[in-house]
Design a protein around this ligand. Structure first.
Ligand code: 4AD
Ligand code: MG
Length: 467
């Protein structure tokens, strides 16, 4: 009878002297005339287990079928390893080849292991050490996020992916339709007749779950959403995806300061979780690509984030330009939206730590943000991070119905589609706040990767929706 399989992660912790069965994919095979060494990985850890095979008439034909990428099962004795680098190894007695791997055609056999090349074989890249580590970190961080909120009594609210509202008022949405594009029904004005569409109105993929999150918060107190988000912005940058995941907590009775406190504690807890629970993978990425990764992660945990008004931020940037300390591609003055180069100057050069910027001009922020007394700024907050720029965007929300309606009118948005949202202000309105953390931006920070396409399994970007 076949014994049951043990995962490599567990095998490596076990004492020698037991019979074990390991299954996985061959990373490398090497050896001499008498012995073959196979490094086997099964995805449970960045580490491989070493398989030692005596070469003889029985094993030679099997070894001939085994090359990098092949899938095998190995039964044998777990013995103390004489080689350095591992405590135990498996002395093989029985090898099953589940799937051979053609060394000529195997996409990961190539010399080219650049991230760019690996993106072109994104269906195979999880087989590499680097993407194995990234996938595991992604999964662990998703768990850490749920754990963080659940342990604090937040309710996980599932907000819709298909929506008839444009939460951010920015309009960069992917339309959802079942209309025949070759024969679109038209109304009297010659425009598409959405009453004939699947939902009887124009619908899109959501750009944020916030507005529905607010419905939850104004009933359940503290809620969060965590789901896919879609933006049809044509930004081909290392920090933008057309499909990404966002975590959006929304809390009744939080003002902007409570909101900042939560954001700072949340992100520090996540980084701490990563270091405590995913150290092997982080260490691998640190040693392989980015020697300052662990230092940067520890730095964030141990530092108090700077809290700064937008107006002061602009003054710092203007002074830096005037003093000849920096030149920016995008000019800077009060009223402009900050570009990533500006954000990174503040974080990396001026303060050398994360910055939470508040009090943005109302004209560059969404309609729902709480207006300040000055009539010019709103209680927005962006959390800016080293190497990333904006990692979190949020605000205290405008709780006053009249102010909110006035702002919607000023922006010439349609109130009609937002009546359900305005009901939160009509019936038992309350002060509340929330924010959105881009999951992939968080992962960029935690993995040290520099391109957002490398922290999501199957990236969607302009002109790219493979797999
Ligand atoms: O700043 P944003 O647009 O804020 C909102 O959507 C609010 N409704 C959130 C809220 O208050 N509940 O987006 C929030 C975060 C950004 O800080 C960034 O980390 C990430 O989402 N993000 C993107 N990540 C990857 N690709 C994109 N195209 C992104 N756009 C935003
Ligand atoms: Mg933003």
């Amino acid at each position: 009878m076949e014994i049951s399989r043990t995962k490599v992660k567990d095998l490596l912790q076990m004492p020698a002297g037991q019979r074990v069965l390991a299954k996985g994919w061959v990373r490398t095979k090497r050896g001499n005339k008498e012995i073959a060494f196979i490094a086997l990985n099964d995805g449970s850890t960045i580490k491989n287990v070493q398989i030692v095979v005596d070469k003889n008439a029985d094993t030679e034909p099997i070894l001939a079928k085994i090359s990098t990428g092949a899938c095998i099962g190995v039964e044998g004795n777990l013995v103390e390893s004489v080689g350095s680098g591992q405590a135990v190894e498996i002395h093989a007695e029985n090898i099953t080849v589940y799937g051979e791997c053609d060394p000529v055609r195997y996409p990961l056999q190539k010399k080219d292991t650049s991230f760019e090349y690996l993106r072109s074989v994104a269906h195979m890249r999880p087989r590499t050490n680097t993407f194995g580590a990234i996938y595991r970190l992604r999964s662990q961080m998703a768990f850490a996020i749920h754990d963080y909120f659940h342990s604090r009594g937040f309710v996980y609210v599932h907000t819709p992916l298909i929506t008839a509202s444009d939460a951010e008022g920015a309009g960069q949405m992917f339309q959802v339709t079942t209309l025949d594009l070759n024969n679109v029904p038209k109304n009297k004005k010659g425009q598409p007749d959405y009453s004939k569409d699947f939902f009887g109105k124009m619908t899109s993929l959501t750009v944020s779950g916030q507005l529905e999150g607010e419905l939850g918060a104004t009933a359940l107190g503290e809620v969060y959403t965590f789901g896919p988000t879609f933006r049809a912005e044509n930004s081909n940058t290392p920090r933008h995806l057309a499909e990404f995941w966002m975590i959006e907590p929304e809390m009744a009775f939080y003002d902007i300061n409570d909101n900042m406190d939560l954001a700072e504690d949340f992100i520090k807890s996540l980084v701490k979780y990563a270091l405590n629970n995913c150290y092997d993978d982080i260490k691998f990425l640190n040693d392989r690509y980015d020697n300052e990764l662990i230092e940067r992660l520890e730095g964030v945990i141990n530092t108090e984030f700077v809290r700064l008004e937008y107006t002061e931020g602009i003054e710092i940037l203007e002074k830096a330009v005037a003093d000849g300390k920096v030149t920016f591609e995008y000019p800077i003055s009060w009223g402009v939206d900050l570009q990533s180069e500006h954000e990174r100057y503040l974080v990396e050069k001026h303060f050398n730590k994360p910055v939470i910027l508040t009090g943005y001009p109302k004209d560059i922020k969404a309609f729902y943000m709480k207006q300040n007394e000055d009539g010019k700024t709103v209680r927005a907050m962006d959390v800016l991070f080293p190497k990333i720029g904006e990692i979190i965007g949020g605000s205290e929300r405008e709780a006053s119905l009249t102010k909110l309606e006035k702002r919607i009118d000023e922006l010439q948005m349609s109130r009609k589609g937002l009546e359900w949202y305005l009901d939160t202000r009509r019936f038992g309105s309350c002060p509340h706040s929330g924010f959105g953390l881009g999951f992939e931006r968080l992962l960029l920070f935690i993995t040290g990767m520099s391109n957002i396409r490398d922290v999501i399994p199957f990236p969607r970007t302009p002109k790219n929706a493979e797999y």
